[in-house]
Design a protein. Sequence first.
Length: 290
Amino acid sequence: MEKLNQYKVNQKINLKDFEGIKISELPDEELEKKLRKVRKKLGKLQDTLYAHDKYSVLVCLQGMDTSGKDSLIREVFKDFNVRGIEVHSFKVPTDLELGHDYLWRHYIALPQRGKFGVFNRTHYENVLVTRVHPEYILGENLPNVHSVEDINDAFWDKRFEQINAFEKHLAENGTLIYKFFLHLSKEEQKNRLLRRLDKKEKNWKFSAGDLKERKLWDDYQRCYEDAINRTSMPHAPWYVIPADNKPAARLAVASILLETLSAYDDIKEPELDAKTKANIALYKAQLNNE
């Protein structure tokens, strides 16, 4: 796990280069033990962030179906105080959401200062699923978009420009942004879908629509690769995390968060004002003499 920076996108990448990468040779039990230590430290850091009240942290998770986003959230943030973290899962837009611009529902879900926000699927769905299925854009009722033919390269160029501007605005106003793509192999997705069908208690997770989208695997990979290359910025970097091994992927995400957030030496608990500090002994005496 010592080479965490290899997953950070600092230049144009090809997703195929990340296929077959094994994050760790350690057995799952050892990875889970390490994760418990890292997430405990993350929980303490979150308490300090809350008290500091100057930064917020936005964690964006993207990945194909079955890539492990839900379980990663459960395991990585288990030691957080519930008042300091908010998780939002963005599904098909509602009529209310479609009545606003496509970033509106994400903007109103952003974490306030001192808190972590986790987006399980994110604003990037607007350049991923809608790019694979451009007909979905018609439901946004946009000016100058009357048919799928109007959704051209210039349309997507503008949308990427808007997303980059959105994230830059957030970063300049105190939001620390981390974007993780859980890079699952097609073979492993097949195995996980089969497990959902084989295990009765997992049947509820299966949707026939998953198989329909699976047929578009290559289209999704191209769109993910393009989105990552266009939007990985120093203030809002992407990390491509090989996700065939869930414990290893969870530990990688947790370790990246801990390592990079710990580098902010200005995140510290506020000190008492001079008057209160000078009178600590007096306040203790008052309480002890009640």
